[in-house]
Design a protein around this ligand. Sequence first.
Ligand code: DLZ
Length: 213
Amino acid sequence: MSDPTIKGLGAPTTVYDGAPLRIAIVHARWNDVIINALVEGTVKKLKELGVKQENIVLKSVPGSYELPMAAKMLIEGGKTQSSNAAPSMLASTTNLLSLIDTVNPTTPSTSSTPAPPKSIIPTQPFNAIIAIGCLLKGSTMHFEYICDAVSHGLMRVQLDTGTPVIFGVLTCLTEDQALERAGVGRKGDKGHNHGEDWGAAAVELAAQIADWS
Ligand code: DLZ
């Protein structure tokens, strides 16, 4: 039977319009079956809520530990580009952003040297970032340190930058727990895809913050 504690987000009291929003999803590549399902669920919900395909930007990093840095770079890169910052600033931003590659490189390279990433500098600010990862507990303390660093790191990025950063990181004790929370569970029903909740949270938060400020 699936875990009864997996409930998902309650129904919203207001319907938020995602049409004017620009949202970046940055995801880790560890535990890729789970990650792919979560990213799919997130994108599906963003589109359902009106976010345009061209305003959904997908980036990847190796592991969850890299998510806070990537989220910060995306936010700063977007703001820097839109405000026509000085070239020196652009250069340093470009260097840091080159750490982040695209999730779906268009054509796989046939040569042994991988193609350089395409231009990855955002051209406009993002209204929200969704950081997606999946941490599975092993037999050492590694899990605890990374969970702690990533959750605090992502919170810090959103408070420091004023751009909402959605915490889309599963921190599970077993792979089955994570599969269930990605809607691809192996036992009983498939569970609930938390990516959908993260997409909805991003639109709600980004739309509300535009009203508050
Ligand atoms: C090293 C590591 C381990 C053991 N487990 C995970 C995991 O379950 N999920 C995840 O997203 N990343 C894991 N990593 C990789 C770290 O997040 C990070 O990429 C490396 O330590 C390099 O900084």
